[in-house]
Design a protein around this ligand. Structure first.
Ligand code: HEM
Length: 235
């Protein structure tokens, strides 16, 4: 096995995996599936808004005390946050490195760069950038309240959500991000399944339908909240 010229040591299995294209794709697939799981749970949680302010705010409070008394207050929440941050960083870093590798590997790489990149690849890259920016905005809006319109009220997410979707730009930002999310999940789930070896001639149709269903359910579920505020169903 070749020595690592920077350290004069044999590279570890994890190091070799991380440097290989298949290793980076595996990191993308696994981190993507972790985020997908979070999104399904988050979307279902958001639908509690249709049961009224008391139910929604109680649910948000439960998120802070879940696991007690074994876990101290907010420990579970911070654990979930740590896993999510690690997943986002791993996903973005491997996506960036794979796209650099892809550009370097192309012959005549400065000619017609756009024409050589497929529609799916471009959608995934732009979708990923939009979602990354959205997550920052979303946390500043509904978790810290930094960019929240009006007075942010910690512990009262129902009112905060209503305030956000009472502004035109709040609706535009969230609806555009949710559409990007749908496209990203649709192709991402399919790619992850192929990377992890789940694809086969018999299963591909099922995997494609699952990807479409997941993307649709997530987009419709998330978008239903701003639509409900805009139409006065939630106020
Ligand atoms: C219409 C769509 C959405 C609504 C109404 C919504 C609502 C909320 C609310 C109310 C919170 C604060 C919860 C609390 O502090 O108790 C929150 C947190 C969060 N949301 Fe969303 N969300 C939406 C979509 C998304 C999407 C698409 C993502 C990911 C791409 C996402 C990721 C997060 C994250 C990472 C947090 C921070 C959790 C934390 O650390 O406290 N959300 N969301």
């Amino acid at each position: 096995m070749a020595l690592d010229t920077r350290t004069d040591r044999r590279p570890s299995f994890a190091g070799l995996m991380w440097r290989s294209t298949v290793g980076k794709k595996t990191v993308m697939a696994v981190s993507g599936l972790i985020m997908l799981l979070y999104l399904v749970v988050h979307m279902i949680g958001n639908l509690k808004i249709f049961f009224g302010a008391e139910t929604f705010d109680r649910y948000a409070h439960w998120l802070r005390v879940v696991g007690e008394p074994f876990m101290h207050e907010e420990w579970t929440l911070w654990l979930v946050r740590a896993v999510l941050v690690a997943a986002v960083v791993a996903h973005a870093a491997s996506a960036y490195q794979l796209s650099r590798r892809d550009i370097r590997a192309r012959p005549g790489r400065y000619v017609h760069r756009k024409a050589r990149t497929s529609y799916a690849t471009r959608t995934m890259r732009w979708g990923g950038i939009i979602l990354g920016l959205f997550i920052v905005w979303h946390v500043l809006d509904l978790t810290t309240g930094t960019v929240h319109p009006g007075g942010f009220s910690p512990g009262h997410p129902y009112q905060n959500v209503v305030d956000t979707f009472s502004t035109w730009y709040g609706n535009v930002i969230y609806v555009v991000a949710m559409l990007a999310l749908g496209l990203h999940v649709r192709h991402g789930f399919w790619s992850a399944a192929q990377t992890l070896g789940a694809g086969s001639r018999t299963r591909d149709r099922f995997l494609k339908s699952t990807a479409n269903a997941l993307a649709l359910v997530l987009t419709v579920g998330f978008v239903s909240v701003p639509v409900a505020v805009m139409t006065g169903v939630v106020s």
